[in-house]
Write a protein that binds this ligand. Sequence first.
Ligand code: C2E
Ligand code: CA
Ligand code: CA
Length: 249
Amino acid sequence: MNLAADLDGAVLRGEIVAVFQPQLDVRTGCIVGVEALARWNHPHLGSIPPQTFIAIAEEHELIGEIGDFMIDEGCRCAAEWNSPGRRVEVAVNVSAAQLLTLDFLERVTDNLAKYSLPADHIVIEITESLPVLDVPEVADRLVHLRRLGLGISIDDYGTGYSLLARFGTVPATEIKIDQSLIQASGESTHLIGDAVERAHAMRVRVVAEGIETEEQLQRARDLGCDRVQGYLLGRPASECDTARLLSVS
Ligand code: C2E
Ligand code: CA
Ligand code: CA
């Protein structure tokens, strides 16, 4: 309860910040995107991980202000980091409650306009297991975003109950194979290979996340993943450090 009270207004007080983790093209090794991840710097408790505070925010209807802030930050940084000679997509995580908001589309398009950002520089990450994907209005909203040119990524792929069924219902441009599959060996190889094949047949890009070892990187490469993300390739970093990383890569 205390955390929920503290979280109220945390965005306005500047306690929520976005950090960014690089995503590399598996063939060129270049940074082609970054994922924006929220952090809460609590004034007394220090850094609180998103797995703790996002759930609280959702429960107490505070996810709206955090979600809006993250979309704004994603668009602002994408506008800053993209130039004629350099293309970097920024992926923003979106929760069920945000997708259900009536003006979600408007919030996204308002931010694109605010920073004069082409829509195809932003990827919306949604979790595969979200039951809201079955809500017709949500599906319509995603189709609309897709038509505008935004990327739609199915996050945590392989952990949801539906596994491959989502291909038909969500206008995905990308799937992110969950790190539990990437980090396991044996049977998961078959699952990943199957997912890559099906995704590519529909011209859907595949990101392998949670890459921690050279061996996992090689496996992702061998299995045909398009992009890789994980501690081996880069930890989530501040806006400033990310800008520096992008300028030298
Ligand atoms: P996610 O979207 O699956 O994000 C990937 C998580 O894995 C991040 O944790 C990232 O720091 C971590 N990670 C990246 N590479 C590695 C690796 O090689 N090994 C391991 N063990 N972990 C790795 P993080 O930042 O703590 O975020 C956790 C979750 O919180 C995210 O999972 C996402 O579901 C949620 N989240 C984060 N930011 C936001 C946000 O702005 N909005 C919403 N709705 N959810 C968010
Ligand atoms: Ca994500
Ligand atoms: Ca994930």
